[in-house]
Write a protein that binds this ligand. Structure first.
Ligand code: FPP
Length: 226
């Protein structure tokens, strides 16, 4: 049976979920935030060490300003309202991505949540915000060059990635029916098991999460060997 350290999720399908109900897309994002809460609590109860969620990509700035603003406010509201949930469930909050592009008040809320949960020893929930793998790897390489490196090893790059303290991804899940990685954890998913489901993120359930884990447990992972 495979050991499980890290599940990462591309949470797709909020907009379509709302459209199917003849509601505005933002209603889907609100529902999506509820699923973030329920899956995080469930993962912490399963004693999963790491859960990483793709909440806003470096490409999502292309969306209409109203939707971008809504997502920023939703994130801020979520972090403020859910501090209690993090603490009650012993969940440590972590962030990856370039948050320097966010408003100073959102950056402050993010850093406060990191600080207020840093003593938690259960699940580490990482939100990927203004995150893109290409951006992350480019920032890492530039940091190494700045540090005076002229020859860069793969271990050097790993130590400079936003995920330097997080193990590689074992399971990558994408909801919403598309089968692509969308610039998410490309380095960290080198040997991940990939799961694609048609379920739209607001409908993604603990039961489906459990079924994926069960399937993963029985996969023969070879990491390039035989
Ligand atoms: C992808 O496409 C989803 C997003 C860009 C946002 C994800 C946000 C959430 C799950 C909610 C907020 C999260 C937190 C942590 C508070 P889409 O959902 O817009 O879907 P579409 O492909 O149906 O248009």
């Amino acid at each position: 049976m495979n050991k499980l350290n890290h599940v990462a999720i591309i949470m797709d399908g909020n907009g379509r979920w709302a459209n199917l109900k003849e509601k505005k897309r933002i209603f889907g994002h609100e529902k999506g935030a509820d699923t973030v809460r329920s899956i995080t609590i469930h993962a912490s109860k399963l004693n999963l060490p790491y859960l990483t969620l793709y909440a806003f990509s470096t490409e999502n700035w292309k969306r209409p300003k109203l939707e971008v603003d809504f997502l920023m406010n939703l994130l801020s509201k979520y972090l403020k309202n859910e501090l209690k949930t993090y603490l009650e469930n012993n969940v440590r909050f972590n962030i990856i991505g370039d948050i320097s592009k966010f408003s100073s008040s959102l950056q402050e809320t993010i850093m406060k949540t990191v600080k207020n949960t840093e003593h938690c020893s259960g699940l580490t929930q990482t939100l990927a915000v203004n995150y893109g793998s290409k951006d992350e790897i480019t920032r890492a390489v530039n940091q190494l060059i700045k540090g005076g490196k002229d020859k860069i090893t793969s271990a050097d790059i790993e130590s400079a990635l936003d995920t330097k303290d997080i193990p590689p991804v074992d399971i990558l899940i994408r909801t919403g029916g598309e089968k692509r990685l969308s610039n998410f954890l490309l380095w960290q998913c080198a040997y991940s098991e990939l799961f694609f489901t048609d379920t739209l993120w607001p409908d993604f359930s603990a039961k489906e999460f459990d079924n994926i884990i069960e399937e993963y447990r029985h996969i023969k992972r070879k990491f390039g060997g035989i």
